[in-house]
Design a protein around this ligand. Sequence first.
Ligand code: X2W
Length: 282
Amino acid sequence: MDRDWIATARTLSEALPYLQRYTGAVVVVKFGGNAMGDDEAMAEFARDIVLMKQVGMNPVVVHGGGPMINDMLAKLGIKSDWVRGKRVTDKATVEVVEMILSGLVNKRIVQAINDQGGRAVGISGKDDDLMVCEADDPELGFVGRPVEMNVQVIRDLYAAGIIPVIAPVATGMNDNETFNVNGDTAAGAIAGALQADRLLLLTDVAGVKNKAGEVITQMSPDEVAALIEDGTISGGMIPKVETALKAVKEGVRGVVILDGRVPNACLLELFTEHGAGSMIRS
Ligand code: X2W
């Protein structure tokens, strides 16, 4: 069957109010390791980001890469333990984390965006002291909790037409310290410091689900707290919604938890009435 070109044109026309609403908007996109697929899915993600930039938004990509760190640690025979959703990170582990996140994963995303005609520059939380951390918990070793954010470098990059791509690796308060930061935590801290219009947390589930297993499309911070309290939100979703609550409290206008494996997930959320995933805002 022929493609429906009239429907294609209508889709563009229907996007106009959303395009107008988001002109100049700062949108932080957390791209988790589990949401990253094959090269084709990566190209599609990159295309969405380049389109956002092209229509006048300021996308800022913060990525994870947990599965890729796991693969390299396994190859090197380094064992990894997890405590409350965070990787216990000793000296040997933090070196692998920095190599994989700032190297392999960061540059793969940068290259994919550039291949779609965007101008991406990859940095980590170390660059220009973007994210300075303290140890989160002595039990976790070199896992960082952001205590000082210097986001001017991000503003400088997007004002110059560049899409920043940020690895969640950070500097400490003491010389030569390197911290491993959970990707969601880093994205939330960056979105908060930027007072972003949106934080999109791309993951591998459709969003926050109610007891019947249906995705909840809109929630206030109070409703989220009640759902944690009664056990509806549990497991791996807890750190995500906690990041969302903190970001909203710090001034992010809306946080959306959505499935990054769905084709054009970001466009679906931003440019259609349908939206995607679960939105948390006051
Ligand atoms: C994470 C950083 C990467 C990450 C880790 O070591 O795996 C901590 O757990 P995803 O793909 O977004 O899960 N850091 C402290 O967050 O990756």
